[in-house]
Design a protein around this ligand. Structure first.
Ligand code: AMP
Length: 220
C-alpha cells in the first residue's frame, strides 16, 4: 500500500483548513506549513517579508506568487522530504505549477490534495464569528472569547475577517483557487470533503480519515 505522506490542503477562506491541517498533522505525524499563519507571524514581527505581505493582506488580496513560492521553497528545502502538509498553498495554478517543478526536480510528488468544499453562505457566517489565537493559531467560532483555551494566548479577530474583505477574498478564491482543484482533480489526486453547517469539526475529521484510508488502499 502506498503511504500517503505529502499532503496539500486547499479550500475557501474559513473552510476549516487550519483545524483539519492540525488533525492531519497529529494523525499522520506531519510537519505543517500554513502560508497564511507564517505571513501573519512575519507581519507581527515587522520583518521585511511581513511588511511586503501586509500591503496585500490589508487589502484582502493574495500575496504575489513569487513571494509565497519563495517561502514554500525555503521551508521545503529544510523539511523532511518524505512527509509534510502545505496548508493554504498553492492558491493559484501558477503556484501549483511552480510546486510541481520544484518537487519533480527532487524526484518527489504530491500524494493527496484535500479539498475543503464549503458554501459561500457558511463561510460568511463563520468569518464574522471567528477568533484565532495569536500564539498557537487555535481557531474558535466565538466572537467574544479572549483567552485561548489551548495555550492561554490572546484570541484575536483577524483583520481580514470582515464582510468587505470577505467579498474580495471569495472573488479571488473563485477565479484563482478553484482552478487549482481542477488542476489536481485531472490528475486524480483530490479527496473532497464537504463542510456544512450541521457538521462539527470532529465529524469532518472523521470523514477525512475514512476517505484517506480508502484512498490509500486503492493506490499501489
Ligand atoms: P489563510 O490563513 O490561509 O486564510 O491566509 C491568509 C492570507 O494570507 C490570504 O488571504 C492571503 O492574503 C495570504 N496568503 C496565504 N497563503 C497564500 C498563498 N498561497 N498565495 C497568496 N497569498 C496567500
Amino acid at each position: 500500500m502506498k503511504k500517503l505522506k505529502r499532503f496539500i490542503l486547499v479550500g475557501g477562506p474559513a473552510s476549516g483548513k487550519g483545524t483539519q491541517g492540525r488533525y492531519l498533522s497529529d494523525t499522520f505525524r506531519l510537519e505543517t506549513l500554513s502560508t497564511g499563519a507564517l505571513l501573519r507571524r512575519e507581519i507581527e514581527n515587522c520583518t521585511a517579508l511581513g511588511r511586503r505581505a501586509q500591503s496585500y493582506m490589508d487589502q484582502a488580496k493574495l500575496v504575489p506568487d513569487e513571494v509565497v513560492n519563495d517561502i514554500v521553497r525555503t521551508w521545503l528545502a529544510d523539511a523532511d522530504d518524505s512527509s509534510w502538509i502545505l496548508d493554504g498553498y498553492p492558491r493559484t495554478v501558477a503556484q501549483a505549477e511552480t510546486l510541481d517543478n520544484f518537487l519533480s526536480q527532487r524526484g518527489l510528488g504530491i500524494d493527496v490534495v484535500v479539498w475543503m468544499d464549503v458554501s459561500r453562505k457558511l463561510i460568511e457566517q463563520r468569518i464574522l464569528q471567528r477568533r484565532e489565537c495569536s500564539s498557537c493559531n487555535f481557531v474558535v467560532q466565538n466572537s467574544t472569547l479572549e483567552i485561548c483555551p489551548k495555550c492561554g494566548g490572546t484570541m484575536t479577530t483577524r483583520k481580514d475577517d470582515n464582510i468587505d474583505a470577505f467579498a474580495k477574498r471569495w472573488k479571488d478564491f473563485e477565479s484563482m483557487t478553484l482552478p487549482v482543484a481542477r488542476y489536481y482533480e485531472s490528475r486524480g489526486l483530490v479527496v473532497k470533503i464537504s463542510v456544512t453547517e450541521e457538521r462539527e469539526a470532529c465529524d469532518v475529521s472523521r470523514e477525512l480519515s475514512e476517505k484517506l484510508n480508502v484512498y490509500a488502499e486503492s493506490k499501489d
